[in-house]
Design a protein. Structure first.
Length: 475
């Protein structure tokens, strides 16, 4: 289970929940979420908003979170086809497959067939075909070409990006106790017994409250942070992934390439100009998943009087940015918050009504081929990008799929718990529309009502631009 939060005012993350410290941009392949909140509207007369098992807390600013939903794999991937490719098709923004059987429409604006990219080491291998992945319009290609001129891929590009991203990281987070966890000593080639380190969840949230967007540099870090450019660390990351244990990999050149481009003030504004996308609205800073599925879930919601904790609306990127870039007095925990998102469906064509298929062309590290980030390309469930305002909290919850979460801007705090902790985290009943969430309000835990929460154990990590977090199933 995990909770996340955004801590900075403008950034990006892809799909896990947590709290945004500075506002984030997050991109993820597969997805995860979390809940926790003190002053949220009740779901029923009996039950408060649930807190997800993985809390993510926002520290400062806006964030972009990228999630690639798949069963994940290895890192050496080639580049996407270059601009010389003939691209005459128009980008589709509304998914014709949503809500019905997927059918290819034989029309002039259907997505082109995107040829697979190959690793140069496997140039003799028969390529895999991904007929529905990528959808790049001439307008998008022209924007991308212009930004390649601004950020050239020359011999000095990797060093330039490494030096630049260090300037985005305004602070250094470190383990609260070096005797209990050390990122070198406790991160050998294969995960040691007792990994990851965990502490009492109450100690973590008492040290740094879930509504507090002030950065705390000493954290209860219990997972390893590997350096993509350090000899041996990529193999370590693969070993930990094979063991289905969480870790962070930092400074992949392909991820930094996206970080550089997406943090330019004009890039996303131009790519997304005039387009409305799915946005979650909450009367406070807490967000929780809610399903509108029928059957027992719908009947239980009606009988118990459970109400959706958030409202789903549509807005443009510029409209969301105007709401996010405001002074701190307008971003308090009890003030309205908006959670903007983009989804690239790929071959998982029924994932959403609104499509952002260009994400596969822009975020090449989440392309559906075996890599460090993608284990089973055929099982990928798209790329999910979340833009979080400062202070946004994704309530504590678990996901039934692997997730790779890349932070492209801002900072995002994750509180993680092993699946074995579910009994202590007091999950909502299965028939609840938010059934994957904890019933505990992490901002003000009711230990009389949920005494088992005293025994819950977790650890925390703060993601910064260029970090990719691996979250195994059910964490």
């Amino acid at each position: 289970m995990h909770t996340d939060a955004t801590r900075r005012r403008a950034g990006a993350t892809v799909t896990t929940e947590s709290s945004d410290i500075n506002g984030t941009i997050v991109a993820a392949s597969n997805s995860i979420k979390n809940n926790s909140r003190r002053r949220r509207a009740p779901l029923s007369a009996k039950t408060d908003f649930a807190s997800r098992v993985y809390p993510i807390l926002g520290i400062v600013g806006i964030g972009l979170l990228l999630l690639s939903r798949v069963n994940n794999g290895d890192h050496e991937h080639p580049e996407v086809p270059r601009f010389g490719a003939k691209l005459a098709y128009k980008m589709r923004r509304v998914n014709p497959s949503f809500g019905k059987m997927a059918q290819r429409e034989e029309t002039g604006d259907r997505p082109r067939q995107v040829l697979p990219r190959r690793d140069f080491k496997q140039s003799q291998a028969k390529p895999q075909k991904h007929l529905y992945v990528g959808d790049r319009s001439p307008r998008f290609l022209e924007i991308q070409k212009q930004f390649q001129q601004i950020f050239p891929d020359d011999s000095s590009a990797n060093q330039r990006r490494l030096e630049w991203v260090k300037k985005l990281r305004k602070r250094t987070y470190y383990p609260i106790s070096a005797t209990e966890f050390d990122n070198v000593r406790d991160c050998p080639e294969f995960p040691p017994d007792g990994y990851p380190k965990a502490w009492q969840t109450m100690d973590i949230i008492n040290n740094w409250g879930t509504d507090d967007t002030t950065p705390h540099e000493a954290v209860y870090q219990g997972i390893c942070v590997f350096d993509f450019n350090k000899p041996g660390d990529i193999q370590k990351a693969k070993n930990y992934r094979e063991a289905e244990l969480p870790f962070v990999i930092r400074d992949d050149p392909d991820v930094l390439k996206t970080v550089e481009r997406w943090n330019h003030p004009d890039y996303l504004a131009r790519v997304l100009a005039g387009e409305e996308h799915r946005t979650e609205y909450s009367e406070n800073n807490h967000f929780m998943y809610w399903t509108n599925a029928g059957g027992k879930t719908k009947m239980a919601a009606r009988n118990e009087g459970w109400k959706p904790p958030t409202e789903m609306i549509q807005m443009t990127y510029d409209e969301w940015l105007a709401k996010a870039n405001v002074t701190d007095d307008m971003l308090g925990a009890d003030n309205p918050h908006w959670y903007f998102r983009l989804i690239g469906c790929g071959e998982f064509r029924n994932c959403d009504k609104f499509m952002s298929e260009w994400l596969f062309d822009d975020l090449t590290f989440f392309y559906p081929r075996e890599s460090l980030y993608i284990v089973k390309p055929k099982d990928q469930k798209g790329i999910h990008c979340r833009f979080g305002m400062k202070g946004v909290i994704a309530e504590n919850h678990f996901d039934a799929s692997r997730n790779m979460i890349a932070l492209l801007g801002g900072e995002r705090r994750y509180i993680l718990s092993h699946p074995d902790e579910c009994p202590n985290l007091a999950l909502l009943p299965k028939e609840h529309p938010s059934g994957r969430h904890s019933a505990v309000d992490w901002s003000n835990p009711d230990l009389e009502h949920y005494p088992q929460f005293r025994n819950a154990r977790s650890n925390e990590i703060v993601l910064q631009p260029g970090d990719v977090l691996y979250l195994p199933t059910n964490w």
